[in-house]
Design a protein around this ligand. Structure first.
Ligand code: FAD
Ligand code: DHB
Length: 389
């Protein structure tokens, strides 16, 4: 097999890259270890930044965001006794959309199918070869068990944090922070008890009230690392959410409902640089991981491939390597901005058990929620900077 760009991974980064390349007249083949059904059903992120929505709309992927997504002007920040609304539109002239990663993934799968994109699902033994040469290639075992070789001009490593691509960059510099807590996430068949997301600091730990639709709520609790989701009964989950989210505070009520999914997500920050080695380019979680508190992971993957697609189209169609040469540096500016913001939100909202930390957090929350300067900083970062920042 031969193509211009071999894309490893059919998550949001890989499929959107393939879509953007096709629109620019560059062909690709996508390789994915999981099945199409698995990839489409994976429950992950839920918030799209302003620029992500603009980009998806500009490339024909915005129709369902408009009809099924939920436009949010801002978020609530709270701690015991107080809840403050931060209006991003007023503060920063930008907003966000609640639209699940599963829906983004389904839109991408449908768009690639309509374009007859070649995607090989359920492959194994994916290996990258000769990435420093002009003739790199990828070998893999296809679904039927046959060994295959895919020759290409460029390999795009969009295979997330567990894929092989990032290990194919020798002498990469890595930065890592592991946090001493995890998120326990639930999905519930109940109307959200709030119009916009609530990020809550509480002495028992952080809690977040998010949503997927008018009838489906998504909620998270800070829990110790290693927590087994099955060790929490549904009643205990709802009781703890009610406590941390302030049930009864100024008459506000949290309505419980049937829980349809439970999972525990460990949290870490990770950045690998450079994001290019020879003719291998990394994008999305393959190059960086953020803790989920700032809702940046999916948006960062989208921003990476917005830059990478332009760079590869210029390199492969116009024989102009300038953007490809700058890709890693350009992408890393936003990566570090989002890494800082995600770390900042995480450390402001998760309790450590240390009373000094708790007072600092409460002081910072009060300032962010009540000073226009403080609130604007959060709003600008959360609603997201323009692509190319
Ligand atoms: P991925 O979505 O991970 O896609 C990579 C793809 O590569 C996968 O389909 C994988 O199966 C495939 N792959 C792996 N190895 C190989 C291989 N050897 N060969 C071929 N294919 C391979 N972000 C938020 O902002 N908020 C959240 O609430 C949130 N929750 C999350 C929960 C979980 C459990 C996880 C893992 C992530 C979560 N994230 C969240 C992060 C967000 O989902 C990611 O940042 C986003 O999916 C990145 O997209 P990606 O395409 O780079 O990587
Ligand atoms: C969701 C996830 C996040 O990480 C976040 O900050 C906000 C919302 C969600 O899954 O809905």
């Amino acid at each position: 097999m031969r193509t211009q760009v071999a894309i490893i991974g059919a998550g949001p980064a890989g499929l959107l890259l393939s879509h953007l390349l096709a629109q620019g007249g560059v062909e690709s083949v996508v390789l994915e270890t999981r099945s199409e059904a698995y990839v489409a059903a994976r429950i992950r992120a839920g918030i799209l930044e302003h620029s992500s929505v603009e980009l998806l709309e500009a490339v024909g992927l915005g129709a369902r965001i408009r009809t099924e997504g939920d436009h949010h002007r801002g978020i609530y920040l709270q701690w015991p006794g107080e809840r403050h609304h931060l209006d991003f539109v007023d503060l920063a002239g930008r907003s966000v959309w609640v639209y699940g990663q599963t829906e983004v993934q389904k839109d991408l799968i449908a768009a690639r199918a309509a374009d007859d994109q070649e995607i090989h699902y359920e492959v194994s033994d994916v290996a990258l070869h000769e990435v420093e040469s002009d003739r790199p290639y990828v070998t893999f075992t296809d679904k039927s068990g046959s060994t295959q070789r895919l020759d290409c001009d460029v390999i795009a490593g969009c295979d997330g944090s567990f894929g092989p691509s990032r290990h194919a960059v020798p002498a990469a510099k890595t930065f890592e922070r592991v946090y001493p807590y995890s998120w326990f996430g639930i999905l519930a068949d109940v109307a959200p008890s709030t119009d916009e997301l609530i990020y809550a600091w509480h002495p028992n730990g952080f809690a977040l009230h998010s949503m997927r639709s008018a009838t489906v709520s998504r909620l998270y609790l800070q829990v110790p690392n290693g927590t087994d989701p099955e060790s929490w009964s549904d009643d205990r989950i709802w009781e703890e959410l009610a406590t941390r989210l302030g049930h009864g505070q100024n008459g506000w009520k949290l309505t419980p409902g049937p829980i349809t999914d439970k999972s525990v997500l460990p949290m870490r920050s990770y950045v690998q640089t450079p994001m290019r080695h020879g003719n291998l380019f990394l994008a999305g979680d393959a190059a960086h991981i953020v803790p989920p508190t700032g809702a940046k992971g999916l948006n960062l993957a989208i921003a990476d491939v917005a830059l990478l697609s332009k760079a590869l189209i210029a390199q492969l169609r116009e024989k102009n390597p300038a953007l490809a040469e700058r890709y890693s540096d350009d992408a890393q500016r936003r990566v570090w901005r989002c890494t800082h913001f995600s770390w900042w939100m995480t450390t402001m909202l998760h309790t450590s058990g240390d009373p000094f930390d708790a007072e600092l957090q409460l002081s910072q929350l009060r300032w962010v929620a009540t000073s226009r300067a403080g609130a604007t900083g959060l709003a600008e970062n959360y609603a997201g900077l323009p692509i190319g920042y």
